[in-house]
Design a protein around this ligand. Structure first.
Ligand SMILES: *Cc1c(COP(=O)(O)O)cnc(C)c1O
Length: 376
């Protein structure tokens, strides 16, 4: 082996590497694409039906409606719950703005609560009962792959008579007490954007619920609000279909999700054990199935210096997310000025390290070693 260890480390450690990640599945994906081409049927067909059944079964039973993307999933889920103009919907301001987009699209008001400083998740502690009672719904995001404290949050939402929506776009296959993310609330939303733990070959999403009427409503809303063809019966409808080509790809990848999540957990553990630096705070993440390690953000007060140091060594990083929702230019005038100190402090310090299925142990160790050599 010429060059030994360092010689085989590639120049760039990409934040995502889908080409490499999908390579082992290439012939299966080719077959899935051929199946769709041969069928001559490209929207709302057998592949989607098959995926909806298989994904519902994977989650432990219920109903799935495929939609065009994860943001549509959130909006159509809120519409299925009859969220209307003027309603309050509680959410966190640190989860990428997708929930805010959906809430505002319904004409409802996002009400932000602060997050736990360590995990970035909504914790029962930051959620007042009066607020919960006043809201029509709460969206809990299982951020970075970590499940929120659903035992308590689901109980609190039930008592307050407030709908619980789970955003599982970063938590496909996470399980708390054996129960999957998505099965704790009234309705749940998934994105299958290519870089998610379960990704399509483009945009795709889904809504899940054990309550069939909600999913039937989403099935109407995703197709113009039609109940029968060309009869626009439901308000708030649109075109939001999950194409056959993506459904076929998702059916190919679903059986590999468990092993892919195990690999992500192993990467997270390797980072946790390896990074030891006084200026880099490694998150204390749970090592059980309640965390599927979609992203691995560390925290550092000298974030831009750390980012530059890693970049100089060929390591790509990203920030999830740099600007909280209540400070976003498009929204700040209409969402008031909530006090969210943990949210704002985290936004200044978080830095996501590469964390995807194609990473080798050697690459992870290079990231660890480079972090440990940080000298600002
Ligand atoms: C990716 C993501 C979404 C949105 O999904 P799209 O398919 O990109 O619309 C929603 N919520 C969270 C937490 C996400 O990570």
């Amino acid at each position: 082996m010429v060059g030994g260890l360092s010689g085989s480390i590639p120049l760039v450690i990409a934040f995502n590497d889908l080409k490499r990640e999908l390579a082992p599945l290439r012939s299966d994906l080719d077959a899935a694409l051929a199946r769709v081409l041969d069928s001559g049927w490209f929207a709302l067909g057998e592949e989607l039906k098959g995926f909806e059944c298989e994904f519902a079964e994977y989650l432990g039973g219920g109903e799935v409606a495929g939609v065009a993307n994860g943001t549509d999933a959130l909006e159509l889920a809120l519409r299925a719950l009859d969220v209307e103009p003027g309603d309050k919907v509680i959410t966190a301001a640190n989860a990428g703005g997708y929930a805010s987009t959906a809430i505002l699209a319904c004409g409802a008001h996002p009400v932000y609560v602060d997050v736990d400083p360590e995990t970035g998740l909504i914790s029962p502690q930051h959620l007042g009962d009066d607020l919960l009672v006043s809201a029509k719904a709460i969206i809990i995001t299982h951020l970075y792959g970590q499940m929120a404290d659903m035992t308590i949050l689901a109980q609190r939402a039930r008592t307050a008579n407030t709908f619980l929506v789970e955003d599982c776009a970063q938590a496909h296959g996470a399980r708390l007490d054996g129960r999957a993310a998505g099965c704790w609330g009234d309705i749940a939303c998934f994105s299958f954007y290519p870089t998610k733990n379960l990704g399509a070959l483009g945009d795709a999403g889904a809504v899940f619920s054990t309550k069939k009427p909600y999913i039937e409503k989403v099935r109407h809303l995703r197709q113009y609000g039609w109940r029968d063809k060309y009869v626009h019966e439901l308000r708030g409808g649109r075109n939001s279909r999950l194409d056959e080509i993506h459904a076929a790809c998702l059916r190919t990848r679903l059986p590999t999700l468990e092993s892919a999540n195990l690999r992500r957990r192993a990467i997270g553990q390797r980072y946790q054990e390896g990074i030891a630096h006084p200026l880099i705070r490694v998150p204390r993440r749970r090592t059980d199935s309640s965390d599927v390690v979609h992203l691995y953000p560390v925290r550092c007060e000298q974030r831009s210096a750390l980012m530059a140091h890693l970049r100089a060594e060929g390591i790509q990083t990203a920030i999830h997310y740099p600007l909280p929702d209540h400070l976003q230019p498009a929204w700040k005038s209409q969402v008031g000025s909530p006090s969210l100190p943990n949210t704002e402090k985290r936004a200044e310090e978080i830095l996501s390290l590469p964390c995807h299925g194609a990473l080798t142990d050697q690459e992870i160790d290079h990231v660890i070693d480079t972090c440990n050599r940080f000298r600002p």
